[in-house]
Design a protein around this ligand. Sequence first.
Ligand code: NAI
Ligand code: PHE
Length: 357
Amino acid sequence: MKAGENDTVESLIREWDGETAIARYDRSTGAWIFIAIHSTRLGPATGGTRMKSYPDAPAALQDAFRLAASMTFKYAATDFPMGGGKAVIALPSDFDPQDRPALLRRYGSLIHQLGGLFYTGPDVGTCSADMDVIAETGAPYIFARTPAAGGAGDSAPPTALGVFCGIQTTCEYLFGDVSLRGRRVLVQGAGGVGGRLIKRLRAAGALVSFNDVDDAVIRHFRDEIGLPFVTVDQVYDTPCDLFSPCALGGILNQETIPRLQCQAIVGAANNQLATPADAERLRAKGILYAPDFVVNIGGAMAITGIEAMGWSPAYAEEQVMHVRETLMKVFERAKAAGITTNAAARQMAEERLAAGR
Ligand code: NAI
Ligand code: PHE
């Protein structure tokens, strides 16, 4: 996603409604590191580290800001005692992968210097093995290290569980039946979360199709598993009961929404709506939207619960399954108030934030 034409790092920081923005230019690689602390009202700011290339530094900072705010609403909507933050490491286009461990260690030192203002875990472009490296200098503020390094491991499985529960709840609300048998579900992005979600959906009897851009992922799900593959050109035009975005943010917008032929949208990708107006567009079209920040909390909740609150993995799974109740409350509040589901979930989060802890 590109920032606005006139946005600069300075203008974005000046206009942001979050608490603290930290910028570090990593001179030896040319990478920018942005850490966005959106709100510590409910607890320490906690969010993943996204590592990828961006068109420019303002675009990276804007992504960090939006993702950090989304973490605030994610925890608040569920009443989980954490604050919202996110980090973006914006790699230069000529980044040498050999520099990765050293860059991650320098990033870990920065987190350590913050002394607990920001805790992090994996996100797009980073994984548990990266958390092990970041933790060499950043401990004890790093979640989701590998089990071999003493962490709770990958956040994708509990995230997929939460999204699966969200899909069940959506079916219950729409069709009066939690069963997924015979429901057509199109998953966009069959990666860490989407791939595990596909397995759960198939086991529950859903008719799953998928879309991805990675040849190895396509080969696995299309050729080895035998799932119908939907091309990138067709992904927004394919009829299905539920569409599950598990790849990118910003995909629900004025160009894609008119094309959609689904009854509901429930997926893991952060910030699926390009703008708040897109929630209205979905409502006007009669498509039920399960807010991403309500259904994708599973990974952050389970991993921080296990590592910081002493939860057992079984208890963590039970907690993640409460996505069902939270989402049902969102649907019911939206219906009663005649507002979008996104607005209803935001209200729930705002109320918790106003009450504080
Ligand atoms: P991942 O990187 O493992 O998987 C993403 C998949 O999407 C990959 O297979 C990739 O090839 C595919 N993809 C990329 N661009 C695409 C495009 N234009 N069209 C179709 N497919 C495309 O990432 P992961 O961990 O599965 O996360 C997916 C989304 O869920 C991200 O937006 C992430 O922020 C969000 N999320 C992930 C959580 C986690 O615990 N992993 C927690 C909460 C949100
Ligand atoms: N990427 C996770 C999310 O968007 C963030 C996270 C994962 C935070 C694991 C802590 C531990 O929800």
